[in-house]
Design a binder for this molecule. Structure first.
Ligand SMILES: [Zn+2]
Ligand SMILES: [Zn+2]
Length: 189
């Protein structure tokens, strides 16, 4: 039987094609996870004000607008497949992606004073942390950019192992998804 973890998944995502334009549900391809990545089936995702900020972003914003893009960074899901060198997670784990990294090895992660990892720093680049590329393609094969290395407005997404935590499956998904940003930052959701 073919190893599904090595094949792209065809699914649906809410794609933002231009700033301020309505999100459109499109059929997309989600590539398999690379090393130190996991692919997640999204069960629940919420809307954060930061998603709105990057949806209506203008040319004079602090970073250039990047489209097409899959927004969303508060989510709860189930691990569908794992990439090479992933030991912390297994298929079926219930997880919450985080837009901040945690390598558990750098001096910042070892400190009790902050949570800004030096090895996996905060980034609003349109790709994954380690290689800068995206795991999403549209129906024509064109890349769809990432958002905060989470992009949860999709039925499936790929995240870095340093940007995801396991959660007790007894926690209701609609509450667990808020832990990824709204609860941690105190941001109105
Ligand atoms: Zn670190
Ligand atoms: Zn947020």
């Amino acid at each position: 039987m073919e190893d599904q973890s090595l094949t792209p998944i065809r699914c649906k995502a809410a794609v933002c094609r231009a700033n301020g334009a309505p999100l459109v549900i499109e059929e997309i391809l989600v590539d398999p996870p690379k090393s130190y990545e996991i692919r997640i089936k999204i069960i629940c995702t919420s809307l954060c004000h930061t998603d709105l900020t990057f949806w209506r972003v203008k040319e004079d914003f602090v970073v250039p607008p990047v489209f097409p893009r899959i927004l969303g960074h508060e989510a709860y899901g189930v691990v569908e497949s794992i990439g090479e060198h992933v030991e912390e997670f297994a298929v079926g784990d219930t997880v919450v992606p985080t837009f901040l990294g945690q390598c558990d090895a750098c001096s910042s992660c070892a400190s009790e004073a902050n949570n800004m990892c030096f090895a996996v720093p905060f980034s609003i680049s349109p790709g994954m942390r380690r290689d800068g590329t995206t795991r999403f393609r549209d129906a024509h094969g064109a890349p769809l950019h990432n958002f905060l290395a989470v992009s949860s407005f999709s039925q499936y997404t790929v995240v870095d192992v340093n940007q995801v935590v396991k959660v007790d499956p007894a926690v209701p998904p609609k509450l667990a998804c808020l832990l990824g940003c709204g609860a941690g930052t105190g941001e109105p959701c």
